[in-house]
Ligand binder design. Structure first.
Ligand code: ARG
Length: 393
């Protein structure tokens, strides 16, 4: 019996390799690590561990697919309740790649290391079940705790990244880094600086602000400071600059799909910079009504992504709308980065619906007197109501 395990090299999935043999009786455990823009060292560590502990290991490059997902997300200004979707956009891609391995290996089952409390089980399985695979989820099925897993690893001499002192569950990809668990589960506890790896604390960030320019073409970032960059490099570069300025930390209470509230900590410097810039450019080029309606679409979009329901036909329909709006989201935005904050300070576009000629205090292109009639009608019903209220209520 053969199983393919979605493998990150972390505590859960490493312990799973052993449990799949010991508790489920699989005689062949194959690990598959999917590269969604992991730091090189992380990827090598997962690969090394997979090769050491599993019967066979695959490392699959899905950076291209992941970048497409990031571009989709930027166009949709994707965030769920204030969480810049990161893990959520990676999961379906990882699941697809793992399923492909399982198909070519003619495996009897696929496995993941998700708990029964989070969202990731839902995101993985929605893809796995599409292929009618038997799904094995040891952490959920055996009702394991991180503490138990750390102890199990110790007893069996298995090398894992988590320790009793630092039991954090970390998930990272090119777009964001998420840290959960241990004392962070107490929402009243202020996280120690040690949980952050991508960002310096705003206090320690440079004393001088830095202004950067981001250029977009049809909603997709293409250049920084007028230098065209490969999509991958562009995100990496902004993670670095933003991280240096302490930009893109989130500490929040989040509503999981199951209904559980969770305390979440994230780092995502490039995401914060790019979405802030993209939103600003949209305000310049989209109409008032487009902006208002797109907000509703974005909320629906983010929820589908968060829930792992991107196979729903609604997702395609929303993307079609978003892509239509992005045809004119071409231009640039300058942002000031300073001690954890990112602030748009200038912008420009050939598609701007802005007219300096019309709006300026100093021009006469519009005869101001024309507005007098508008002002006479504006708020009419409210004025009538206020009078009625005074006289009749
Ligand atoms: N709350 C995020 C989500 O549901 C991240 C979950 C994974 N994070 C982790 N540290 N294991 O998308």
């Amino acid at each position: 019996m053969k199983v393919v395990l979605a493998y990150s090299g972390g505590l859960d999935t490493t312990v799973c390799i052993f449990l799949l043999r010991e508790r489920y009786g699989f005689d062949e455990v194959i690990t598959a690590t999917v590269d969604i823009g992991l730091p090189e060292s992380e990827l090598r560590r997962a690969e090394e561990r997979g090769k050491r502990y599993a019967d066979r290991h695959y490392t699959i490059d899905a950076r291209k697919e992941f970048l497409e997902a990031i571009h989709r997300l930027i166009k949709a200004n994707g965030d769920y309740e204030g969480y810049v979707l990161g893990t959520a956009i990676a999961r379906p891609i990882i699941a697809e790649k793992v399923a492909e391995v399982a198909i070519s290996e003619k495996a009897d089952a696929v496995a993941h290391g998700c708990t029964g409390k989070g969202n990731d089980q839902l995101r993985f399985e929605n893809v796995f079940r599409q292929y009618n695979f038997r799904v094995v989820a040891p952490v959920r099925e055996l009702n394991l705790t991180r503490e138990w897993e750390i102890e199990y690893a110790r007893q069996h001499g298995i090398e894992v990244p988590a320790t009793k002192e630092r039991p954090y569950s970390v998930d990272e990809n090119l777009w964001s880094r998420s840290i959960e668990g241990g004392n962070l589960e107490n929402p009243a506890f202020i996280p120690p600086e040690e949980i952050y790896e991508w960002t310096t604390s705003p206090e320690k960030a440079p004393e001088r602000p830095e202004v950067i320019k981001i250029s977009f073409e049809k909603g997709v970032p293409v250049a920084v400071n007028d230098r065209e960059l490969e999509p991958f490099e562009l995100v990496r570069f902004l993670n670095e600059i933003g991280g240096r300025h302490g930009i893109g930390r989130t500490d929040m209470i989040e509503d999981r799909v199951l209904g559980l509230k969770a305390r979440e900590n994230y780092e995502h410097p490039a995401a914060t910079i790019l979405i802030t810039a993209h939103r600003d450019l949209e305000r310049l080029v989209l109409s008032r009504r487009e902006l208002k309606f797109k907000k509703i679409v974005e909320e629906e979009w983010a929820e589908l992504v968060y829930y792992g329901l991107t196979n729903d036909p609604l997702y395609e329909a929303l993307n079609a709308f978003i892509d239509k709006t992005q045809e004119r989201v071409t231009g640039w935005v300058k942002l000031r980065l300073y001690k954890g904050s990112v602030m748009p300070v200038a912008r420009g576009s050939e598609f701007a619906l802005y007219s300096e000629e019309l709006v300026s205090f100093d021009t006469k292109a519009i005869d101001q007197k024309l507005s007098e009639g508008f002002a006479a009608f504006h708020g009419l019903q409210g004025r009538i109501y206020q009078r009625l209220k005074r006289e009749r209520l």
